[in-house]
Design a protein around this ligand. Sequence first.
Ligand code: PHE
Length: 391
Amino acid sequence: MLNRRGFVGFALAMAVGVLACGQGCKGSSNEAVVGAYLSLSGPDSTFGTDTRDGVDLALDEINAKGGVKGKKVKVLYEDDKSTTQEATNKVQQLIDRDNALAILGEVASSRSMAGGLVCNKKHVPMVSPSSTAAEVTRDPKTGILKEYVFRVCFTDDQQGDVAARFVHDTLKKNSVALFYVAQDTYSSGLANTFKTSFEKLGGKIVIDKGYQKGETNFTTYLQEIKGKSPDIIFTPVYYNDMVLIARQAKATDLPGSMFVGGDGWDSSDLIEGAGDLLEGAYFTNHYAPDVPWPNSQKFVASFKAKYHRDPSSLSAQGYDAASLLFDAMGRATELTPEAIKVSLAATANFSGATGSLTIDKDHNANKPIVVVQVKNKKFAYSTQLLSTATN
Ligand code: PHE
């Protein structure tokens, strides 16, 4: 029973507690709250759900070890429905309503740009698992680094360079058609960096075709491309478009093995929808289940134990983004967004499922890029290359 003095004391302690509890203290004081915004529904839904599976595995592991700084980690998921507008809204909510200490997301570069703007403005660190466009961490106009935005993956400058060298030096092909989504940050950006590197190597771009986002009939474009007789069609688009393109390419008599793509191809939906049609095609990626890296094998085993299937690249990236963030939270001088940002920037040689991760001065993770081949309706590791591009 509380007497009057006891009650006043209790009320005072509560008030002090509330006052001292700034950002990140909402909810139970035994929890460290992290927000995640992902495309859990809409056209890119496997990006979101696969990433969430990886994050959840990292969450199980950190909480089994006692969490961070004695607090259990809680991840609040928000579905941005594969739109940039919702990405902005959800990140705002996670910060203003839920007082998230840090944010995980997004996969698509266009949505990471939207969410990243909010995080940077509100001074809450964000870690993107797999957004590769250069502009995600750096303002394209001013060239200024976004202080609160990080990623655990390589950039499209590096990915485009590796794809170009793979086509030119390994496949020994010299004439390429570019086929991509004209207004999409990721797709057009990657097509562009490929072009620059490929031409530097002496290769020829015989046709450059950007289509409109949302188009579903590609036959006319494909016929036009066929008319130029390229050796390879570089198609850095997301998996959902690639399924349609592969089907219509067959009808146009263009073999699936002519296509080369980027990490946006990574989805079991690509295999289900067009795996047989794309037999022999290659794409650059962050990871493959049979990649010969010791930590990846450990990750694959734990993932399979939890979900009874092979992880996609997105799950591996989600796992790495979350484990690296939790590690940074543990190393931070205190559990505040500011201190977490400082320790994220200082991350060196963190051993992740997709390699050893060091956050560089541009807030990117420099890593080898994996080349994956579609083989017998599966994604198979082919080789790994380091980019010679700097960013
Ligand atoms: N890199 C893509 C982007 O920036 C997203 C992506 C990553 C898609 C990995 C699939 C696999 O938009």
